[in-house]
Design a protein around this ligand. Structure first.
Ligand code: ADP
Ligand code: MG
Length: 357
């Protein structure tokens, strides 16, 4: 039950990346990091990747169906992929409230791109990582599609267990990576990176081989991993996740999906990255709390929690749960809180009709 509180908070506000689930699978339910890392849309992450020499396909973004149609024509590609842009993963297997199945579609016909975009834009996409009503799609990516012979998983993340960055990979990438991690953990490979030395050639080549890249593809994949690590450092990322890192019949290694999280402490020197922050998918109460440097996550219960320190806040949520109650929120005031912040925190709590104050 304590676990369910932590995972509820995590699912609601702290969107833990897939790879963290993989690394922390044993601790999965009790692990909670009271920070909300900046998260960008796939197309924004892919722009950063392109700038760092990472292989991604040509793409355009559109916020209307007619723009999507135009973009599909302009691409002039043999096959086109249309992808809904929301911050959550699992889009391929998601469902729209328009009835359309799948947030990722392949087609050879630009006209179909227009029709599908019409059923995506303005509708909610529900995936296993979104709240139950889904998230409204305001933007689609229209990209060149490629045949994929094999889908692998690759990520770099900052991990406390390794006291630094670690590469995580699996030859079984694609849409069911969570299942791979749960059922066949031996297919998840890790390489700790010495932050002072960077990714060594032998590490990248070993990871590429573990991911099943053979012959010239092994070198190509290793090269992509090193470029991804350069990007990871350059933008102060806490996680760069590529799923799938795919292999094409023409012998290319390509990043087909991208998810980058950034360290909020680096905001002062990553102005361009943080300027891309799209707050429209965030909970307004949580945004208001962030303005006052308070960590607030709304939950389903009816007992308000008003606590100094994330550990104590977690313990308080768990104790409430242990005695049969349900927390209405997780609110960490943090150390060194000032009077004005306490005042604003009370305002946030009293604005919520659920808690019994
Ligand atoms: P999500 O992880 O949110 O489901 P992905 O971007 O990984 O979204 O897309 C889901 C699947 O769609 C991929 O695993 C891949 O099989 C396929 N796919 C995505 N992009 C392309 C592309 N450019 N060309 C061909 N297939 C693609
Ligand atoms: Mg993916």
């Amino acid at each position: 039950m304590a676990a369910s509180m932590a995972s509820q908070a995590a699912a609601k506000g702290l969107r833990i990346g897939t790879s963290k689930h993989i690394l922390h699978d044993k601790l999965k339910c009790t692990w909670l990091n009271p920070r909300r890392w900046l998260n960008l849309q796939e197309y924004q992450s892919k722009k950063l990747m392109q700038e760092s020499g990472v292989a991604v396909q040509r793409f355009y973004v559109a916020d209307t169906a007619s723009e999507a149609l135009e973009a599909a024509k302009r691409l002039n590609a043999k096959e086109i992929v249309l992808k809904a842009q929301i911050l959550a993963g699992g889009r391929g297997k998601g469902v729209f409230d328009s009835g359309l199945k799948g947030g990722v579609h392949l087609t050879k016909d630009p006209a179909v791109v227009g029709e599908l975009a019409n059923k995506m834009l303005g509708f909610n996409l529900i995936t296993k990582q979104t709240p139950k009503d889904g998230v409204k799609v305001k933007m689609v990516m229209v990209a060149e599609a490629l045949d994929i012979t094999r889908e692998t998983y690759f990520a770099i993340l900052m991990d406390r267990a390794f006291n630094g960055p670690v590469m995580v990979g699996s030859p079984q990438g694609g849409m069911d990576i969570e299942e791979v991690a749960a059922k066949t953990p031996e297919l998840i490979f890790k390489e700790a990176i010495d932050i002072f030395e960077g990714v060594q050639d032998d590490q990248a080549l070993r990871m590429a081989a573990n991911l099943g890249f053979r012959g010239p593809l092994q070198r190509q994949a290793a090269h992509q991993m090193k470029r991804l690590y350069d990007l990871f450092l350059k933008v102060d990322a806490t996680q760069v996740e590529v799923n799938p890192l795919g292999e094409t019949p023409e012998g290319q290694v390509v990043c087909f999906d991208a998810k980058i999280n950034f360290d909020d402490n680096a905001e002062f020197r990553q102005k361009a990255v943080f300027a891309m922050n799209d707050m429209t998918e965030s909970d307004p109460t949580e945004l208001e709390a962030a303005k006052w440097d308070l960590k607030y996550i709304g939950m389903d219960g009816n007992i308000a929690c008003f606590v100094n320190g994330a550990g104590l806040a977690m313990a308080t949520c768990d104790i409430i749960d242990l005695y049969g109650g349900k927390p209405a929120n997780f609110l960490d005031l943090g150390g060194g809180v000032k009077e004005r912040q306490v005042y604003e925190a009370f305002k946030l709590l009293t604005a919520d009709p659920k808690p019994l104050l």
